[in-house]
Write a protein that binds this ligand. Structure first.
Ligand SMILES: [Zn+2]
Length: 119
């Protein structure tokens, strides 16, 4: 794993910890459920960022070896997909966190269907 990625993840974790510490000081009478909710909210954000970083890292490695057409075929009709370049793919994960990934988008010249290749 890249060093800058690891450094960023440590920052994310520290942000959760310091954020919780501050929240606890501001909410000294919080119930177990309220604390749990505050923690989940922060962990959810951290989770989404780590998920994005990890997914982008694998996508970057994969793209170098991916040969469009040869490997990627339309799941509907089997024709070779045409690469339409990088497009933003938005995925929603736990705690309603939206993760934006840059992914190649493929279009089938035969049936016109568009796909983000799996992965
Ligand atoms: Zn097709």
């Amino acid at each position: 794993m890249r060093d800058d990625l690891e450094a960023r993840w440590h920052e994310e974790a520290e942000e959760v910890i310091s954020g919780m510490k501050e929240w606890r000081l501001q909410h000294p009478k919080a119930t177990f459920r309220e604390i749990e909710q505050a923690l989940d909210e922060r962990l959810g954000k951290m989770r989404a960022r780590l998920l994005r970083d990890a997914a982008m890292a694998s996508a970057a490695a994969e793209l170098a070896s991916t040969e469009w057409g040869e490997r990627l075929r339309c799941p509907q009709c089997g024709a070779e997909l045409e690469d339409r370049g990088l497009q933003e793919r938005r995925l929603t994960t736990h705690h309603d966190q939206v993760v934006c990934l840059e992914r190649h988008y493929g279009v089938c010249p035969a049936c016109g269907a568009g796909f983000f290749p799996p992965g």
